[in-house]
Write a protein that binds this ligand. Structure first.
Ligand code: SF4
Length: 164
């Protein structure tokens, strides 16, 4: 049976489809990676006053919800800004499917002291539906997508696996 599609999978779909395949198929090397550790430290120390890590259906792990129905996703850099934005749009989409409307999102970059407001448009919804179709096709392949060298590879947890 297909696993539910999490926000992190949407993030990886944008970042690297090979990484998405590894992640979905439970090949995980993230714990050893320095960048992931920086992310965890950030996560533990940022916005301590807010309620954190709200889990919905094991699909969505929202970093925290502030007042007035705003979901927050915390990222350490804007390097892959598009992916962080799409991740939170997916959260808004998923919640809308469950009847939760009138909520917005924010991607926070505590190291940069910046944030971006996110709203879900009709175009976003169509885009997400198309992404979900392609994403499921990719993760169910027997083998990961071919390696495409990217600037982020050197800092990726799967670097050693891809570049043996
Ligand atoms: S090392 Fe590069 S190609 Fe391999 S999973 Fe990471 S980002 Fe993708």
């Amino acid at each position: 049976m297909d696993k539910p599609i999490s926000g992190m999978m949407i993030y990886y779909y944008i970042v690297c489809k090979r990484k998405l395949w590894y992640f979905y198929n439970q090949i995980q090397m993230e714990a050893d990676n320095e960048n992931v550790q920086i992310g965890k430290v950030l996560d533990e120390n940022s916005y301590k006053r807010e309620e954190k890590h709200i889990n919905i259906d094991d699909v969505i792990s929202i970093d925290y919800i502030k007042d007035k129905g705003i979901l927050h996703e915390v990222k350490k850099s804007k390097k892959i800004e598009e992916a962080g934005i799409m991740q939170i749009k997916y959260y808004l989409y998923y919640l809308k499917q469950k009847g939760v409307a009138d909520i917005k999102g924010k991607v926070d970059y505590p190291l940069l002291k910046q944030s971006i407001d996110i709203e879900l448009t009709e175009e976003d919804e169509e885009n997400i539906k198309a992404i979900l179709i392609e994403l499921k096709e990719i993760v169910n392949r027997q083998l990961p997508p071919l390696l495409e060298k990217k600037g982020i590879c050197k800092k990726c947890a799967y670097f050693e696996l891809c570049y043996i």
